[in-house]
Design a protein around this ligand. Structure first.
Ligand SMILES: Cc1cc2nc3c(=O)[nH]c(=O)nc-3n(C[C@H](O)[C@H](O)[C@H](O)COP(=O)(O)OP(=O)(O)OC[C@H]3O[C@@H](n4cnc5c(N)ncnc54)[C@H](O)[C@@H]3O)c2cc1C
Length: 307
């Protein structure tokens, strides 16, 4: 039986694993894809203290090396269910079942889709959610970025290194992104803005042929934009469908208290998958540390009452 099972090897999960392992716990991390999580999708990280400029992949390589240095076990398995047993929990993955005293859910989130006509069939052929992955396909061309938050503006700025021109389309009349990002975007000659507009549909059958946008205040007013690609940054959906024994919001975010306890004893949630007011590497790291610390205390209490 493990002391702590951590689900997800992003910033939150790896931090929880490092803290748990250093506290002498027997920890395993389950990861369904590759180690690193969402931050792998961005090239420039400038707000993680101690690293004024580092790429997402390099930062996560350091997290992984740090976790491995302390002997964290990482298993590449997708968790499909967490079951309550009499005294502990059973983790069901696509490869097996594992018992554990405590669980840290750090499964992060995935990009929200526009849910407009043409989007789904043209993913990877003009519709993208990752500038780092797909930006180079649009070298010296014109693209659209949808959204007005940190991720949209940061990735628009990143794309200026590759593409000829970027049109940011935002459903409001002002950005939500950090001031420093806004200032950089406003003074970049490659970036222009279309305010108060949303995407109506993606044009093209087998081949991407631009997008049609509409006025958010008057949907009958539409215009076609002849861009070569569209990058969508309109928020995230938490990866929490697999767990139904903790309380969640209607949108699937796990509800925790300030010390990241969920509604189920011995289950903690950390990072982007929980209700929180900021989703950044720094907050995920804080959550991961809290989750492991409190999980460790739970494990100690469990062991002293079950021996
Ligand atoms: C484009 C972009 C740019 C960003 N830029 C910055 C930035 O500059 N600075 C900053 O601080 N933050 C930035 N962020 C936000 C930051 O990336 C996230 O807040 C952070 O990475 C979330 O970490 P996490 O550990 O909570 O989840 P994630 O990074 O999402 O990791 C969760 C992991 O869990 C795994 N997983 C999910 N479900 C299961 C399952 N059932 N079984 C097993 N494994 C599972 C996933 O594969 C994933 O590896 C950016 C985000 C994006 C999208």
């Amino acid at each position: 039986m493990y002391d702590i099972v951590v689900i997800g090897a992003g910033a939150a999960g790896l931090t929880a694993a490092i803290y748990g392992e250093r506290a002498g716990m027997n920890v395993v991390v389950f990861e369904k894809m590759g180690v690193g999580g969402q931050i792998l999708l961005t090239q420039d990280v400038e707000n993680y203290p101690g690293f004024p400029a580092i790429s997402g992949p390099e930062l996560m390589e350091r997290f992984e090396a740090h976790a491995k240095k302390f002997g964290v076990e990482i298993r590449y398995e997708e968790v499909g269910e967490v079951k309550r047993q009499d005294t502990h929990y059973r983790i069901v993955t696509d490869e097996g079942e594992y018992d554990t005293i405590a669980v840290v859910i750090a499964t992060g989130s995935q990009p929200k889709k526009l849910h407009v006509d043409g989007e789904q069939k043209l993913i990877g052929r003009g519709v993208s959610y990752c500038a780092v992955c797909d930006g180079p396909f649009f070298k010296d061309r014109e693209v659209a970025v949808i959204g007005g938050g940190d991720a949209a503006i940061k990735e628009a700025i990143y794309l200026t290194q590759i593409v000829k021109k970027i049109i940011v389309i935002h459903r409001r009349d002002k950005l939500r992104a950090e001031k420093i990002l806004q200032d950089q975007a406003f003074k970049n000659p490659k970036i222009s803005f279309i305010w108060n507009h949303v995407v109506d549909h993606v044009d093209g059958e087998d081949k991407f042929e631009g997008i049609t946008i509409k006025d958010a205040n008057d949907p009958t007013k539409k215009q076609k934009l002849d861009v070569a690609g569209v990058f969508v940054y309109i928020g995230h959906i938490p990866n929490t469908k697999f767990i139904d024994i903790v309380k969640k919001t209607s949108g699937g975010l796990i509800i925790t208290d300030d010390c990241v306890h969920t509604s189920a004893k011995g289950i903690f949630a950390a990072g982007d998958c929980r209700v929180t007011c900021l989703r950044q590497i720094a907050t995920c790291v804080g959550d991961g540390a809290l989750a492991a610390f409190n999980a460790g205390e739970y494990v100690e209490r469990f062991k002293s009452s079950h021996t």
